[in-house]
Design a protein around this ligand. Structure first.
Ligand SMILES: NC(=O)c1ccc[n+]([C@@H]2O[C@H](COP(=O)([O-])OP(=O)(O)OC[C@H]3O[C@@H](n4cnc5c(N)ncnc54)[C@H](OP(=O)(O)O)[C@@H]3O)[C@@H](O)[C@H]2O)c1
Length: 346
């Protein structure tokens, strides 16, 4: 397993970060424990969760994934072996059940959310505390373009960063990171940190896969020049890059079978791109999932890829992909396909 420095902190994380958002919904606590035990045995030391998880989010399961991780940390001990990343939700009208229905990235919400996550995680500290999405109008979750709304009710980054600073100073948070962020947001946070407001952003947790390489346009440069690497989420495009949904197939129990309204990785462009990548993998005797993951693991701006699995076979396949090197020929073909299907799933 390869380990990389998280931003400019002294934290070393494995290139494989284990995603957790299925735990408490598609996966039981027993299954989650087995995933964490296996991943640690393979050298993975990095877990990504969120107060909002599991997905799909709802009031009854809110915080459940953090609780599962907390139970595992308590059962296994040796907290320091694991780097735990979690996230605070940004604003959203559907979160009526979170902090009186008014989740924002303000001081009150941040300090309360940190304490609640610590309680659920049964830990004295969070290694990486991330803003799940910005508290301003941005292009994220399937949107590429930007439409400015001068009247939007937005939280000043200064307030958010000052509150994060308090959590760091109190010893509750070791490092902070952004998620679903734009080039403007990352540069602004870095500039504020340089000027003394808030901790320096250590990472950018954004989507990244063969189906969504939008990170490369602006953020890749920032990641490399500023030591603020990508934690790439949905590296398999929610599982679609395995090819298992092609031609209308809907495997029982799989994510898009359970939640067909999740359209981010569906549609004609996506289907054509997925078919091209799956065919390429098969032509080179590669597992399509492993080829897709190996591509992500090989990117120079990546700190870690956040993988997800709902069973142990998937988990074994996906962790093994971290040591797979793609041939120059496969990489070249990937670029050719990318030129045809550039942003099938932003
Ligand atoms: N910051 C954010 O906004 C954000 C958003 C999304 C995710 N994340 C983080 O990133 C993590 C990973 O995201 P993701 O789950 O969307 O990643 P993904 O790698 O795109 O999809 C993982 C899903 O694909 C299926 N799968 C995985 N490996 C497979 C294999 N070898 N063969 C067949 N199917 C396979 C499984 O679902 P099925 O078995 O149900 O098919 C699995 O849950 C999350 O757990 C979370 O920590 C963050």
């Amino acid at each position: 397993m390869e380990y990389r420095r998280l931003g400019r902190t002294d934290i070393e994380v494995s290139a494989v970060c284990l995603g957790t958002m299925t735990w408490g919904e598609q996966n039981t606590e027993v299954e989650a424990f087995a995933q964490m035990d296996y991943a640690l045995d393979q050298g993975v030391n990095f877990l990504d969760t969120a107060e909002m998880y599991p997905v799909a989010p709802h009031a009854e399961t809110y915080g459940r994934t953090e609780e599962i991780i907390g139970n595992w940390l308590a059962a296994r001990g040796r907290r320091e072996r694991v780097i735990v990343a979690t996230k605070i939700v940004g604003p959203g009208s559907r979160f009526r059940y979170i902090r009186d229905g008014k989740p924002r990235l303000d001081r009150k919400n941040i300090l309360a959310a940190v304490d609640d996550s610590l309680r659920r995680l049964r830990s004295d500290y969070i290694d990486l505390y991330q803003l799940h999405w910005p508290d301003r109008n941005v292009q994220a979750f399937g949107r590429l373009g930007y439409e400015h709304d001068a009247a939007a009710d937005e939280m000043p980054l200064e307030e958010t960063l000052a509150a994060l600073n308090e959590a760091v100073s109190a010893g509750k948070v070791r490092a902070v990171g952004l998620s679903n962020e734009t080039a403007w947001g990352v540069m602004r946070c870095l500039a504020l940190a340089d000027a003394g407001t808030g901790p320096r952003t250590a990472s950018i947790q954004n989507p990244y896969s063969l189906l969504n390489r939008s990170f490369e346009t602006r953020l890749a440069e920032i990641a490399l020049r500023e030591d603020c690497g990508l934690l790439g989420y949905a590296p398999l495009g929610a599982g679609t890059l395995t090819g298992k949904y092609l031609d209308g197939r809907r495997p029982p129990g799989a994510r898009l079978t359970l939640w067909p309204d999740n359209k981010r990785y569906q549609g004609p462009q996506a289907e054509a791109a997925i078919r091209a990548y799956v065919t390429l993998a098969r032509d080179h005797d590669l597992d399509p999932a492993q080829m897709a993951l190996a591509f992500v693991f090989g990117r120079p701006f990546l700190t870690a890829a956040i993988i997800g699995a709902t069973d142990m076979t998937q988990l074994e396949t996906n962790i093994a992909a971290a040591s797979l090197r793609l041939s120059p020929e496969v990489l070249e073909r990937i670029e050719e396909i990318h030129k045809v299907y550039t942003y099938p799933c932003p």
